[in-house]
Write a protein that binds this ligand. Structure first.
Ligand SMILES: [Zn+2]
Length: 406
């Protein structure tokens, strides 16, 4: 058997020595290491002052890294001292046992490293821990490691909503779009949610914002204007194109399919073409490209709305507002002359939001970042089917977009 001083040396639990080691009868079991404090004085966890006044001692079972084939459980008399400096009973500060309490810091670190590549369940099984214990460790680690946004350098924001459970509830995410950093997430998608975001900003941060990218139809705009009157509102391309897909392309596709009642073969092709029409052309395979070309050649209305979708996207690429405005006028005239009611309605409504499209030319806002984050949130949600814990879900999203250093 290994002697106590060797175990003590291996463990290096500062401030404690090994009092007793209980080895399991069978191999591969749990070895219990009973520790005992070696110092009379203690350091206050809160303020760092020393004290010799013991308030109470509580026995804690703490998991540590395995020792060869054995699991390790430490039995630790955890002391509370009476701190005269900050006044009150405080936990003793230990260099090796901190936030996690149920596991040593080094064990929590090892779990954290594994979690970067493995799901919670796999890590829990690997160490013989409970799913909830591993999740709790991950949650604390994420919260501690997330960098605070450097508000003094932030000039641009993008705000968007995403669905929580099955689309019944929503949350709002605020992003620094040039650095791809998630700055804030809050429950809800109302004006109040936007107000809550601005309320937690440090003084002066809102006044430094130059532009905010949003979806045209969100409730955030009034709140942005109230808190950052100097900021320009930029309408996000991704949302406008998605709206165009729903309100124009889908409508025309359904109308065309209905028109083709007498030609069931052609009708079927048009009906099932949704994905083909909405997908970015560059992402289509060669066979699908051919299919799309044939579809558009046979349907004048679909061809028109399809081509105008590409033209619409181009409005976000101009560097000069003057050019963008000319391009918009061309686009608007074509839409109105098309004779397609859904397209005309869309163009008229979009006209009211033109300022937010032209504003994009003055700011380097690559608003496709919202699309990327939106998709990633969906992936996180799918992988984490069990994220009942909303705080944990939000932390995961933030940790996925910690920001690219400048
Ligand atoms: Zn203290």
């Amino acid at each position: 058997m290994v002697d106590r001083s060797t175990v003590s040396k291996l463990g290096s639990w500062a401030g404690y020595r090994v009092q007793r080691v209980v080895w399991p009868r069978e191999s591969g079991g749990t070895v219990e290491i009973h520790l005992k404090p070696t110092r009379k004085w203690m350091v206050c966890e809160r303020c760092g002052h020393r004290s010799q006044q013991l308030h109470e001692t509580v026995m804690r079972r703490v998991r540590d890294l395995p020792l060869f084939e054995y699991r390790v459980v430490l039995v630790v008399p955890r002391r509370r001292l009476w701190c005269a400096h900050c006044g009150g009973p405080r936990l003793e500060r230990l260099s090796w046992l901190g936030r996690y309490q149920r596991v040593t810091d080094r064990f929590a670190e090892a779990i954290g490293r594994l979690l970067r590549a493995m799901p919670i369940k796999a890590v829990a099984d690997f160490y013989g821990l409970g799913w909830h214990a591993v999740k709790a460790i991950d949650k604390m680690r994420l919260a501690a490691e997330l960098p605070e946004p450097d508000w003094s350098t932030i000039r641009y924001l993008a705000m968007d909503e995403f669905a929580l459970h099955k689309g019944h509830r929503y949350a709002t995410v605020v992003i620094e779009p040039t650095r791809r950093q998630v700055l804030w997430i809050g429950a809800g998608r109302s004006r109040e949610t936007a107000a809550a975001f601005f309320a937690q900003l440090p003084a002066g941060a809102a006044a430094r914002i130059e532009a905010v990218a949003i979806d045209m139809t969100t409730a955030y705009e009034l709140e942005i204007r109230a808190h950052c009157p100097q900021a320009e509102i930029v309408y996000d391309l991704f949302h406008v194109v998605a709206k165009y897909g729903r309100e124009v392309i889908d409508r025309v596709r359904v109308d065309e399919a209905n028109r083709l009642r007498e030609a069931p073969q052609a009708r079927k092709v048009v009906k099932s073409s949704r994905w083909l029409l909405l997908r970015n052309r560059d992402h289509l395979k060669a066979g699908q490209q051919v299919q799309l070309t044939e579809l558009l050649a046979a349907n004048q209305a679909l061809l028109t709305v399809y081509l105008l979708k590409d033209e619409l996207k181009r409005l976000w690429r101009y560097r000069r507002a003057g050019w963008a405005k000319k391009a918009w006028q061309r686009w608007y005239e074509q839409a109105m002359a098309s004779g397609i009611a859904a397209l005309q309605r869309f163009a008229q409504r979009l006209k009211l939001y033109l300022h937010g499209i032209l504003a994009r030319c003055r700011h380097p806002l690559h608003t496709s970042v919202l699309e990327g984050i939106n998709n990633t949130i969906k992936v996180i949600k799918r992988r984490a089917y069990g994220y009942r814990d909303q705080d944990y879900f939000f932390l995961k999203i933030k940790a996925t977009f910690p920001g690219i250093p400048r």
